[in-house]
Design a protein around this ligand. Structure first.
Ligand code: BES
Ligand code: MN
Ligand code: ZN
Length: 495
């Protein structure tokens, strides 16, 4: 897929997404241009036939000549248009445009929203909308057809159409294009079946990425993981015929880095639950338990392409959590890389055990911030549902900045507490802690557990168990992987 920015008169797309406000008389440059091209046909549809009102998510198809189709797309009322709604509108329009006959290229115009209140969720500029439009278009166009006999229609080109193309808009569009690539990359890897996307396979993908983007790569195999004393991670992996891999990629800018950040992604390539095996319905989507790893591998490519001035480390402990004669068991006591001991209360709480060693590993990297992203707890689905990501950490300033960035990135986050009282939930008589407590405060308890394995004073934890993978489509994303938090994380790293 190619991304271009063009002036309106230079447009060459066959299908054009043209926005109309519901309560706003002023029409856009693209609307005026297409209206003229169609001898006033666009205005007629709205004013004479009153066929199209410009309501939120409303669309209307119109062919204006043999090679040009217009998709009138409603923005709704000005004071209701949030960044998230804009993203839903664009994703929805993209899906409809793609399914129109003979669509090969889509043109889209930029929108700005200056509502009276100074609310960042509602206010956005054309630069913002360039970034959002490219991400949301690609969200709408995304389909995984690798295993379908009937391949889907492919869109070759996306054009941003704007008469006043500034350097800032061009740059923002570039960020949007690489961010949308990172999301597509991640979704493809999550969609891949677990018998193919094994630890070794993902480690090979990481190797390829390192080659292509000239990153430093350290890939540790089972024996090297042993040498690193990652016995907690190793224990989780031992029930699988697939050997674990530990991946560490580093992007270094040409200049002195503005800051150094490590991203840790949970990388369970399949979570059967271990000896505490999951019921069939809970196991159904557990190939997605490596979404964190897939996300950070997507993000580092965007950061490298954008030649960011930060130093970025990406760390993933990759393994499968299986039930077998060699699997780890309840009652086992594991010693993590940092020397702390863990009594296994439930083998299905495996993510935190692998992350314990991955976070300990990051202590040696000398970074300013550590952020982990993990499909960690079913409890976060109960608390926040499938559209809000749980955010926790040990540095309120970092948490506030992250949540603010998520709002600007059209993503939902909510902070959950990590209080010291939670340690009672995990109290063990024979080890430093157990890996699970009771049913109470499962998301916070898991985060408290993780906090024991990092020395960083700016550690942030994202629980994406509810948001990584949709069982049911929402207005923006269809059923399946979402690429959640990739937009926010890239914007956070760049800011
Ligand atoms: N990978 C799961 C969490 C999960 C659940 C992700 C649903 C996506 C959808 C994790 O490893 C897990 O099994 N957690 C257990 C922990 C429990 C045993 C304390 C859970 O949440 O049930
Ligand atoms: Mn599990
Ligand atoms: Zn898991």
């Amino acid at each position: 897929m190619r991304f271009l920015t063009k002036k309106i008169e230079e447009l060459s797309s066959d299908t054009l997404i043209c926005f109309v406000w519901e309560d706003y008389k002023q029409t856009s440059d693209l609307f005026n241009y297409l209206n003229k091209l169609s001898q006033g046909e666009l205005i007629k549809q709205i004013e004479t036939y009153k066929i199209f009102k410009g309501e939120f998510l409303e669309t209307y198809k119109l062919a204006i000549d043999e090679n040009t189709k217009v998709l009138l797309t409603g923005l709704g009322k000005k004071d209701k248009l949030t960044r998230q709604r804009f993203s839903q509108i664009v994703a929805n329009a993209a899906r409809i445009a793609k399914n129109m006959t003979k669509t090969n290229s889509i043109g889209i115009e930029l929108v700005e929203n200056k509502s009276e209140c100074n609310n960042i969720i509602k206010n956005f500029t054309k630069e913002d909308s360039a970034k959002m439009a490219l991400c949301s278009l690609r969200i709408g166009l995304y389909e995984f057809d690798k295993y379908l006999s009937d391949k889907k229609q492919k869109i070759e080109t996306i054009e941003i159409l704007e008469n006043n193309l500034t350097k800032e808009i061009e740059h923002s569009a570039e960020i949007g294009a690489y961010t949308s690539f990172a999301m597509k990359f991640t979704k493809d890897l999550v969609n891949e079946q677990a018998q193919i996307a094994t630890p070794e396979y993902i480690a090979n993908v990481a190797c390829q990425i390192a080659k292509e983007h000239k990153l430093e790569a350290k890939i540790y195999d089972k024996n090297q993981i042993k040498d690193l004393n990652m016995n907690a991670f190793l224990a989780v992996s031992q029930g699988s015929i697939h050997e674990p891999k530990f991946v560490h990629l580093t992007y270094k800018p040409k200049c002195t880095p503005r800051k150094k950040i490590a991203l840790v992604g949970k990388g369970i390539t399949f979570d059967a639950g271990g000896m505490n095996i999951k019921p069939a319905t809970s196991m159904l989507t557990m190939k997605d338990d490596m979404t964190g790893a897939a996300s950070v591998l997507g993000i580092i490519q965007a950061i490298a392409k954008l030649e960011s001035d930060i130093e970025l480390h990406v760390v993933c402990a990759l393994c499968e959590n299986m039930t077998s004669g060699s699997a780890y068991k309840q009652g086992d006591i594991l010693t993590a890389m940092n020397g702390k001991t863990i009594e296994i209360d439930n083998t299905d709480a495996e993510g935190r055990i692998t992350l314990a060693d991955a976070l300990s590993y990051c202590d040696k990297l000398n970074v300013d911030e550590v952020i982990d992203i993990a499909t960690l707890t079913g409890a976060v689905i109960v608390s926040l549902g499938s559209n809000i990501t749980g955010v926790m950490g040990n540095n309120q300033e970092q948490i506030d900045k992250f949540i603010e960035t998520s709002k600007k990135s059209a993503e939902n986050t909510w902070q959950m507490p990590i209080l010291d009282e939670l340690k009672d939930n995990l109290k063990s008589n024979i080890a430093d802690m157990k890996n699970t407590g009771g049913r109470q405060a499962g998301t916070s308890t898991a985060a408290w557990f993780l906090s024991n394995f990092t020395k960083s004073n700016a550690w942030l934890h994202l629980d994406i168990a509810g948001t990584a993978y949709l069982d049911k489509s929402n207005k923006e994303t269809l059923q399946g992987p979402t690429g959640v938090m990739i937009r926010t994380l890239i914007n956070y790293l760049l800011s």
